[in-house]
Each structure stands twice: as C-alpha cells, then as structure tokens.
Write a protein that binds this ligand. Structure first.
Ligand code: PGA
Length: 246
C-alpha cells in the first residue's frame, strides 16, 4: 500500500476552505482504498478537518516533545493525540531553514512522538543538487535518529526524502535518483535501529502528472505533497495514481 500525504503548510486562510478541501480529500480517500491518505493541516484546523475524515488519517505539521506545561506557543504530543492525530511531520526543511530547528530538536521530536505512539514522518534532504545526496542524507539520519533502537516497539517511523531544491519549484527530482536515495535510506535506518526497515516517501514538486513515475518504484513507498495538495482535483489524481500501485 502506498502512502500519499497532504502537507497544507500555512494554508488555507479560512476554516470554511479547510472544511471543503478536507471533505473532498476524504471522498477521494474513500474511493481509493488501496492507498493510505494522510492530511496534515495547520494546527488551528485540526478539529474541523478531523471531523471530516474517516478513511483518511489526520496528521500534524509539527509537535512539541513535552506532554504539557509552561511552553508558550507550543502544541504538545498529548494535545495532538487527543484530537485524533495519528501522524506528525517532523523536521520539514521549511522548519529547519526559517525557524532554525536543529537536528537535536528534531531528534527529540522524533523519539518522543514514536514513544508516544504517533507515526513520525521525518523529512530529510539536501539543499543543492549534488552528486551523492545519499551521503548527505545519511548524516542527517544519524543525527535525527540518534538513540533510536529496535526496543522502541513497532517502528512507526516514515522518512520523507525531500531535496530542498525540488520543493515548490516545479523541478521534481529524477525518479530513478530518488529511488536510489530511498534504498540507501532504508539500509541506513536498519543499521541505526538494528531491526526494522523503514518506509520512505519522496517529496518535492509532485503533481498529478509526475506522481506515477515515483510511485511505480518499489523503493518509494509514497509521496509527500505540498502545493498540489491544495487543489482537490490535482490531489485526487495523485491518490488515484497511488491506488494503481496499491
Ligand atoms: P511541494 O512541497 O509539493 O509544494 O514541492 C512538498 C513539501 O514541502 O512537503
């Protein structure tokens, strides 16, 4: 089963629009039941979007690792879980770059989310095009997954390989190259945790036209979609495509 994740980022601007989009995505998810669909709206829309989803899974775009207390402006693990959130995107390149999230913070978020029973979707990726992106990504994995062990229970970890140069630019990665990096990520995570293989998604300018070229690869378990997830029609195309490989 392939996974398709909608990362709405800081969109839309009204609850009404969020409701409408969530309703449309739920319809597509229900009609394509060989695909796992996750919707990650901004925090403020989690209750509304959660009410619209049945088959599709509710996700969040960030989390704070403590379970509660005096941490102004943060949203914690228990709050997300109690709203029905099952998956959390962690370490997105926009959070690393614009909000200066460090590997140390990302590591704490990943481990605490997993230990709290949430699925952690860890984003990694190189800034510029390079000859050996897997080498760069391996270093990120070592830092972001420090302390991860097979004892952490059934591993609910997903890694999203998102080359930063491909995000929001319309210049998606070459599917073969993305598949090769994904295979390396699987090997590397197995080395780090000593056991489980991890699911790896590709992200960066995925749309209804190019999604199939990524999803048809065995090494790629799904796609993480930004811009194209804001159009119900375009996102439906991606879900339908994924369903063909389910
Ligand atoms: P994009 O974003 O699909 O708009 O390139 C992907 C992401 O940042 O997760």
């Amino acid at each position: 089963m392939k996974t398709v994740i909608a990362n709405w980022k800081s969109n839309p601007n009204t609850t009404r629009e969020a409701e409408k989009l969530a309703g449309a995505v739920e319809k597509s998810a229900a009609a394509n039941n060989k695909t796992k669909v996750v919707v990650a709206p901004p925090f403020v829309y989690l209750p509304t979007v959660g009410q619209r989803l049945r088959r599709a899974v509710l996700g969040a775009q960030n989390v704070y690792w403590n379970e509660g207390g005096a941490y102004t402006g943060e949203v914690n693990l228990a709050q997300l879980k109690n709203l029905g959130v099952k998956s959390v995107i962690i370490g997105h390149s926009e959070r690393r770059e614009y909000f200066k999230e460090t590997d140390e913070q990302i590591n704490r978020k990943v481990l605490s989310a997993l230990r709290f029973g949430l699925e952690a979707i860890l984003c990694v990726g190189n800034k510029e095009k390079m000859a050996n992106p897997a080498g760069f990504v391996n270093k990120q994995l070592m830092a972001d997954l420090k302390g991860l062990s097979a004892k952490d229970g059934p591993l609910k970890l997903v890694v999203a390989y998102e080359p930063i140069w491909a995000i929001g630019t319309g210049d998606a990665d070459d599917p073969l190259s993305a598949a090769q990096v994904s295979a390396k990520i699987k090997e590397q995570v197995q080395k780090i945790n000593g056991a489980s293989k991890v699911r790896v998604l590709y992200g960066g300018s995925v749309n209804g036209v190019n999604a199939g070229a990524f999803l048809e690869r065995d090494e790629i378990d799904g796609v993480l979609v930004g811009g194209s997830s804001l159009s119900a029609k375009e996102f439906e195309k991606i879900i339908k495509t994924a369903n063909n490989f389910g």
